[in-house]
Write a protein that binds this ligand. Structure first.
Ligand SMILES: [Zn+2]
Length: 400
C-alpha cells in the first residue's frame, strides 16, 4: 500500500517531466543501447540503457492490459533478445511514433502496476538507465490506476494536424498507404528477416513515383518514413488531401508457408473467407500494438446520406479491385480468388474508394525474394498504374 501511495506521487512527478518531452525532441534522438528483463509472474523488472537522460511518461491501457512508456525520439539499438517478453509480460514492442516521439509497449498477462519508474546515472558513466518495476495487482487496483491517470495526449494526436495543400482543380489524388511503421513492424520475412513496414514503404515510394508520371494524377504517401500512424489517421490523411483513391500496401505472413501471390481486398462487414477474416483481425491490431485506446465509432454512420455514399464508394472500390486483378493476371502470381473482402479498419473512409493490396507473403520463400526485388516492384507499380487508368476510364463512362 505504501508503494501504491509512492507510485501516485511518482506519476505526478512524471506529468511535470512530460511537458519537457517536446523540448528534448528537438535535440539529437536518444539512443537506447541496451536492455534487460528479469522476473516472474509476481514481479518483473525492465531496465533500458540510454546514452542521455531520458524524459519519459508511463501510463496504462486496458484490454489487453498494457503499460506504455512514452519517450522523445529514440533510436533503438537493441537486439530482439534483450527485451524478449517474460515474467508478467507476454509481448514487448518499441519504436517510433512519429512527430519526435517513441514508445515502449509492454503487454501484461494479468493486471499490473509500475511500482518503481526511475532514471539512474550509470555507475560507469555510460549514460542513464530507466528502471521499471512491475507488480501483479488486483483487477480493482488496475481499474483504479486507469481512472487516476491523466493523459497528456502529446504522442498520438499529432500527425493529422499537418498542413495540407488543397489539390489543384481536376487533379486525381491517390493516397498510397505503406502498411505498418514505427513501433508496429508488421510481419517479418522468414528467410531475410525483412520487416513488412520497410517492404511496404519501399514499394509505396516506387508506386507514388510511377503514378506521378501519369497525366492529371497526384499521388502521395500517408507516411514517408518509419513512423507509426494509427489506422484512423491514415484514413484521415487521405481525406484531408481530398484523395480520390486510397491504396494500402501490405506483405503479411501466413501459417501456410506454401501460399503465395498477390491479393486485393475491399471492405465488407462479412469476410469472404477464413484467410481474409484472420488477416483483417491481424491488420486491425495495429493500433492495439501501439497502445492506442480505441474511440467509439462516429455516430454519423446511421445517417442515410452517408450510407448511400458508402454504398457508392463500395461499388467503386470493387471496380478498382477488379481492375487491379485483371491487370495482374498472367503478369504476376495471384492467390486463388485474388479479390477477397473483410472488415479492414483502414478501408473505412465513407467517401474514398479504397483497396488493401497484399503484394505477396513474407512467409513464402519465392514471394519474399520478389518482395525485396526492385525490378519486380517496378513491374507491379506499372501494372497498378495501368489498372488505375482503366478504372478511371471506366468510372468516367459510368458517370462517376
Ligand atoms: Zn500488414
Amino acid at each position: 500500500m505504501i508503494l501504491s501511495a509512492m507510485m501516485r506521487q511518482g506519476l505526478l512527478g512524471l506529468f511535470v517531466l512530460c511537458s519537457a518531452l517536446g523540448a528534448q525532441a528537438a535535440e539529437a534522438p536518444l539512443l537506447a543501447y541496451g536492455a534487460r528483463i528479469a522476473g516472474d509472474d509476481a514481479r518483473t523488472r525492465v531496465v533500458i540503457d540510454f546514452d542521455k537522460k531520458p524524459v519519459f511518461f508511463v501510463h496504462y491501457v486496458a484490454n489487453p492490459t498494457r503499460v506504455i512508456v512514452d519517450l522523445p525520439e529514440t533510436s533503438f539499438g537493441l537486439k530482439p533478445e534483450d527485451l524478449a517478453a517474460r515474467g508478467l509480460f507476454t509481448e514487448i514492442r518499441y519504436g517510433a511514433m512519429g512527430a519526435g516521439s517513441a514508445r515502449v509497449v509492454l503487454t501484461a498477462k494479468k493486471p499490473v502496476e509500475i511500482t518503481v519508474a526511475d532514471v539512474k546515472a550509470d555507475e560507469e558513466g555510460r549514460g542513464f538507465r530507466l528502471v521499471l518495476d512491475a507488480e501483479r495487482v488486483t483487477e480493482e487496483r488496475f481499474s483504479g490506476l486507469l481512472e487516476e491517470q491523466q493523459w497528456t495526449g502529446t504522442v498520438t494526436a499529432t500527425k493529422t494536424g499537418r498542413v495540407v495543400e488543397p489539390p489543384a482543380a481536376g487533379e486525381f489524388m491517390i493516397a498510397v498507404d505503406a502498411g505498418h511503421g514505427g513501433i508496429d513492424t508488421g510481419a517479418i520475412g522468414t528467410e531475410t528477416k525483412m520487416e513488412e513496414k520497410s517492404v511496404t514503404l519501399a514499394f509505396a515510394g516506387e508506386l507514388v513515383e510511377t503514378l506521378n508520371r501519369e497525366t492529371g494524377v497526384k499521388a502521395f504517401l500517408t507516411r514517408e518514413k518509419d513512423e507509426f500512424l494509427s489506422l484512423p489517421e491514415r484514413v484521415q490523411i487521405a481525406r484531408q488531401h481530398g484523395a480520390n483513391l486510397f491504396i494500402s500496401v501490405h506483405a503479411d505472413t501466413l501459417k501456410q508457408r506454401d501460399i503465395r501471390g498477390a491479393t486485393v481486398y475491399t471492405i465488407s462487414d462479412k469476410a469472404s473467407d477464413h484467410l481474409a477474416a484472420n488477416l483483417a483481425v491481424r491488420e486491425n491490431l495495429s493500433d492495439e500494438i501501439a497502445g492506442i485506446t480505441l474511440k467509439s465509432e462516429p455516430a454519423e454512420v446511421a445517417d442515410i446520406l452517408i450510407d448511400l455514399t458508402r454504398r457508392e464508394t463500395q461499388a467503386f472500390s470493387v471496380n478498382l479491385a477488379r481492375s487491379v486483378v485483371s491487370s495482374f493476371e498472367g503478369q504476376i502470381n495471384l492467390i486463388n480468388n485474388p479479390h477477397r473482402h473483410a472488415g479492414f479498419r483502414v478501408l473505412q473512409a465513407p467517401d474514398v474508394p479504397s483497396i488493401l493490396l497484399e503484394l505477396g507473403f513474407l512467409s513464402n520463400k519465392q514471394d519474399e525474394k520478389l518482395l525485396v526485388d526492385p525490378v519486380w516492384r517496378k513491374k507491379i507499380a506499372g501494372l497498378l498504374a495501368g489498372a488505375i487508368r482503366n478504372y478511371r476510364s471506366g468510372s468516367v463512362a459510368n458517370g462517376g
